[in-house]
Design a protein. Structure first.
Length: 195
């Protein structure tokens, strides 16, 4: 699925008119690989060879970038994976039968090993889902969270996160809206217009 690739043709004049002028401390980047003008929160993925809007990360498990268009589906994918793993853990646990002697280990070794492996994957899925839900609730991305000191629009920003609009609005915007956002407007709204 398209994660929100920035079109190679760049931004149209109409879309560019919607974007407010940027102050000198924030420079609009031109991608050194695609040579397109990147909107705010976009980043070039070297694996996909495209710039992605609201880039979160490149996921090797789905062999795609996670960006503005497919991030809600990625979170749903993590939730489904967690439910399937919990169900598999339940099935594996119910198949184990314990006896007083060590004979039960001989009969259940493969089931026990699969249970341990699924338990490890379940812990990983829980941690991934929890971290993404936390980032979504703050309206930030994995890339922004990990590389804040290298991103010009965050490095020079006075607030911790200029895109955070509160828990409810962040979750609503993430899960219930399906249009692309002009992040530049949200970034500069706080400076000019207190909400």
């Amino acid at each position: 699925m398209d994660p929100g690739f920035v079109p190679q043709a760049g931004v149209s004049e109409e879309q560019e008119a919607m974007i407010p002028p940027l102050p000198k401390t924030v420079q609009v980047r031109r991608c050194g690989y695609c040579m397109v003008k990147q909107p705010m929160r976009a980043r070039h993925c070297r694996v996909c060879q495209h710039c992605v809007r609201r880039f979160d990360h490149h996921c090797p498990w789905i062999e795609n970038c996670v960006g503005e268009k497919n991030h809600p589906l990625f979170v749903a994918y993590l939730a489904v994976q967690l439910v399937v793993l919990l169900w598999a853990l339940h099935i594996a646990w119910s198949g184990l039968y314990f006896e007083g002697s060590w004979k039960w280990l001989k009969h259940n070794i493969f089931l026990l090993l699969s249970f341990v492996l699924m338990a490890i994957f379940t812990v990983v899925a829980v941690l991934l889902l929890a971290s993404h839900l936390y980032l979504v609730s703050c309206n930030t991305t994995t890339w922004e969270f990990m590389s804040r000191h290298r991103i010009s629009y965050l490095r020079h920003c006075e607030t911790e996160n200029p895109f955070d609009q509160g828990l409810v609005r962040n979750l609503w915007r993430f899960f219930c809206t399906c249009h692309l956002v002009a992040w530049e407007k949200m970034y500069f709204q706080e400076d000019s217009d207190p909400v």
